[in-house]
Design a protein around this ligand. Structure first.
Ligand code: ATP
Ligand code: MG
Length: 307
């Protein structure tokens, strides 16, 4: 179970359940932790797994245009700590643009983005470097360094941010590669790998520092079904055992509805729905229904409206 921190009152907005202090403190916690919670009843929310939850990323009124292309037109999105949030939406609707804002690679025209309660839109580039360390990022096309071997790619974040002997870095990198089914490719260059293998090297690099938030831009695309299952397992294990928050972009509806704590759909510049998978599945919004049932990427059949 992840460490339980006190939560600033502002971040306590997404409370799923309010109650008396005794109701709020989960029985599974040690006595000292329960006492801490009981002393701060309004600061604590519980997620579905009985762990205090809060919005670790909170996007409000985000707008971004490229010339006359008004991509984001007022996006609001909350990502709970320790949850898996999947962003879906048609190709070209701005999903990748949205997550590039969350890690500060793009600056918005308008709006706020709180990460751990801090508005990153106001930060200098130097301060942003510190915020980025909280994130691991798998880019849509893996974005590996072509001139580096697989091992050097995966070790790169360790060399930048961790202080440890090279041998330990190497061991960690090899172990992570092996977990993702990549054995004996350490000295190979990315160009020599298949697309799916490159994706897995990208995954190894994105998670090697055990960041508290990992963003995956289409992690399943190009992977075979067994490897998709491995990646799903990895994401769910990180959530369960380390309390990692995952934000995914996915076109794979079956996998989305298997894994997500929250599904958010971006359409025409706005989040048109966000909520638990069951609520999204049973939405009566025609745009949502058509997208999730007719996108052809999963064994979901279109039920009667309102069924
Ligand atoms: N740096 C940029 N400069 C100009 N236009 C951009 C830039 N980045 C993205 N766009 C435009 O923003 C729009 C949204 O692009 P984005 O890559 O976010 O789509 P997406 O939802 O991720 O699509 P896909 O599902 O195909 O990956 C597109 O029209 C794209 O051309
Ligand atoms: Mg994209």
């Amino acid at each position: 179970m992840p460490a339980i921190r006190s939560v600033p009152p502002r971040a306590a907005i997404p409370l799923r359940r309010r109650g008396t202090p005794a109701e709020v403190a989960p029985a599974c916690l040690s006595r000292s932790k329960r006492t801490t919670l009981i002393m701060r009843p309004m600061e604590v929310a519980l997620n579905q797994r009985g762990i205090p939850a809060r919005a670790v990323v909170s996007v409000r009124g985000l707008r971004k245009s490229f010339g006359g292309n008004h991509v984001l037109q007022g996006v609001d999105l909350d990502v709970d700590e320790g949850s898996v949030t999947v962003v879906i939406g048609p190709s070209g609707c701005g999903k990748s643009v949205l997550i590039k804002h969350i890690i500060g690679l793009l600056r918005p025209d308008e709006g706020t983005i709180l990460v751990d309660g801090e508005d990153i839109t106001q930060l200098s580039e130097r301060a942003m470097t510190g915020v980025r360390r909280k994130f691991g990022m798998l880019f849509q096309h893996s974005a590996l360094f072509d001139s580096m071997t697989v091992l050097d790619n995966v070790m790169f974040p360790l060399r930048e941010h961790a202080r440890m002997p090279r041998r330990e870095m190497r061991d960690l990198a090899v172990q992570r590669l092996n977990q993702l089914g990549l054995v004996g490719v350490e000295e190979v260059y990315p160009a020599e790998l298949s697309g799916g293998m490159r994706k897995r090297v990208g995954l190894a690099r994105a998670t090697i520092l055990n960041p508290k938030i990992v963003i995956y831009d289409e992690p399943m695309t190009g992977l075979d079904p067994i490897m998709c299952e491995n990646v799903e397992d990895m994401i769910l294990t990180a959530r369960r055992e380390l309390g990692v928050t995952s934000i995914l972009i996915s076109h794979d509806m079956a996998s989305t509805f298997r894994m997500a704590d929250k599904v958010a759909m971006l359409h025409e510049g706005r989040i048109v729905i966000q909520g638990p998978p069951d609520a999204v599945k049973s939405s009566r919004n025609e745009v949502v229904r058509r997208f999730i049932y007719l996108s052809g990427t999963g064994p979901l059949t279109l039920p009667e409206a309102g069924a």
